[in-house]
Design a protein around this ligand. Sequence first.
Ligand code: FES
Length: 249
Amino acid sequence: MGRFVLRPRPGSFAAIVGGSGITPVLSIAGTLLAREPQARFCLIRSDRTAASTMFLDEVADLKDRYPARFHLVTALSREEQSAGLPSGRLDRERLTGLLPALLPVTEMDGWFLCGPLGLVQGADRALRELGVDRTRIHQEIFHVEDGPAPAPRIDAPTDSTLTATLHGRSGSWPVQGAESLLETVLRSRSDAPYACKGGVCGTCRAHLVSGEVRMDRNFALEPEETEAGFVLACQSHPLTPEVELDFDR
Ligand code: FES
């Protein structure tokens, strides 16, 4: 969706990644170091075991190619290693103690957090506690544990109609049962945008033109976006008899 990006520029950047969260960060770090000779990158990665670590060779290549500008810190949660951090998970508490010893936390020009929800939330809290400004923290969540769905609000209407504009065409449909507004649209419009259906990717973002909705969860929209009236259709349920969404904004 173009949100988790770093346009190459001089400065010092760092990433905290878990498991497959390395995927976008490997590209980000490689591109930054190749294009911007005044940039430095510190990669802090957490994996279960060495055997399950993705892109070991590619990350080692970055170390060989940019020894003065690329710094790698590895933590394995289920295995001791000869170099790197002692085994154990990188949770908020551990990161709060560890990060200031590794680098000047508040002077970094950008932090990139990517991986499972628990790791990203823990890293985000640790950075905020250490005084990092929210605008310097970028996040992409790769996996969210399914939790129980929030109970429906008793003041929610039993019958609601959704009007939605998508790719320049509008339509109105009844919202059936406890389905999300995305599911309402998908029944008639297979071109409705979505990927995760879990409130993580932001692909189903739409502007709430009128009415009110409740979102079950939101790991994708920034506070500025929700304040500007954007919602995640896959997580939204109507709180008013009429709701209108615009997917084209
Ligand atoms: S489809 Fe991913 S947040 Fe809605």
